[in-house]
Design a protein around this ligand. Structure first.
Ligand code: AMP
Length: 285
């Protein structure tokens, strides 16, 4: 695996791969890699002869300095994992390579950035995400880029900005990879102590309770969500949001029609976790 830190080096490596006729498949990450990330890379390998991964903890998308400072980082371990799944190029730039002095341009996706994480983390969060992803896509210029359903709102925003700005890349959203008990894999899980780790699975249990309610025939989102809220309350977890929204617009819905996103965010043991499930109910009125 080639490790590059500068955009000009990255472009030279990618130009050489293009000359060899290789397709470029790209997976952006913030490091502290886990099996959810590695699944994206394995997917990328099926699509491109040259798999490029970026590792960049993007300061622009963090609302709180403590969150940014406490974000888990271990590049040496990440490099070993990337090599184990056959990644070809790691792009790991310093902050000033991505945001040089005088940096003044941002990308903002209206409407989709407003609810859920937009409320909880403020407008700068998705502005930071959209700006850095646009930059990374321009730096790498891949044929395809792979993102996780785990960050459902982020995935929608990226699909929208690629469409709106005519970026010549195919975006693929890959399923959420979970621990054996159902907890969604996340770099932040490393920050949970053992009591919080046990408690954290309640987010998944609450989402599953909604799925089960729908499977039993429940059509009202409020009633299905209430089944999950009971479990959260029993564990003393107060979610920042636990909501049923239209999977395409993120607007709240009162009944299950078409595809509904059930999204949750909560702090468990001081660690902020998010998760979601999609519920399909075709033909429902
Ligand atoms: P991050 O390093 O948290 O920015 O995540 C990098 C990419 O991995 C994003 O597209 C995430 O949505 C994706 N990702 C993170 N956790 C998971 C997971 N448990 N399953 C699938 N994809 C994930």
């Amino acid at each position: 695996m080639i490790v590059v830190r500068r955009v000009d080096e990255l472009r030279a490596v990618i130009r050489a791969a293009r000359v060899r006729g290789e397709r470029i498949a790209f997976v952006p990450t913030m490091g502290a890699l886990h099996d959810g990330h590695l699944a994206l890379m394995q997917r990328a390998r099926k699509d491109g002869e040259c798999v490029v991964v970026s590792l960049f903890v993007n300061p622009a998308q963090f609302t709180e300095a403590v969150d940014l400072d406490g974000y888990p980082r271990d590049e040496a371990r990440d490099v070993r994992l990337l090599e184990s799944v056959g990644v070809h190029v790691l792009f790991a730039p310093a902050v000033d390579e991505v945001y040089p002095g005088g940096f003044a341009t941002t990308v903002e996706v209206a409407e989709l950035s407003v609810p859920l994480e937009g409320v909880a983390r403020g407008p700068q969060h998705f502005r930071g995400v959209a700006t850095v992803v646009t930059k990374l896509l321009n730096m790498v210029q891949p044929d395809a880029a792979f993102f996780g359903q785990k960050d459902a709102q982020q995935a929608l925003i990226i699909q929208r900005l690629v469409r709106d700005l005519d970026l010549p890349v195919r975006i693929e959203i890959c399923p959420t990879v979970r621990e054996a008990d159902g907890l969604a894999m996340s770099s932040r899980n490393a920050l949970l102590d053992s009591a919080a780790r046990q408690k954290a699975v309640t987010l998944w249990k609450a989402l599953s309770a909604v799925e089960h309610a729908v499977a039993r025939g429940e059509t009202h989102t409020a009633i299905a969500l209430a089944a999950g809220s009971i479990l959260l309350k029993a564990e003393g977890i107060e979610p920042e949001y636990f909501a049923a929204v239209d999977a395409a617009t993120l607007l709240p819905v009162t009944s299950f029609t078409g595809t509904t996103l059930i999204a949750i965010a909560a702090r468990v043991g001081g660690v902020r976790l998010i998760d979601n499930v999609l519920i399909h109910r075709e033909g429902a009125a």
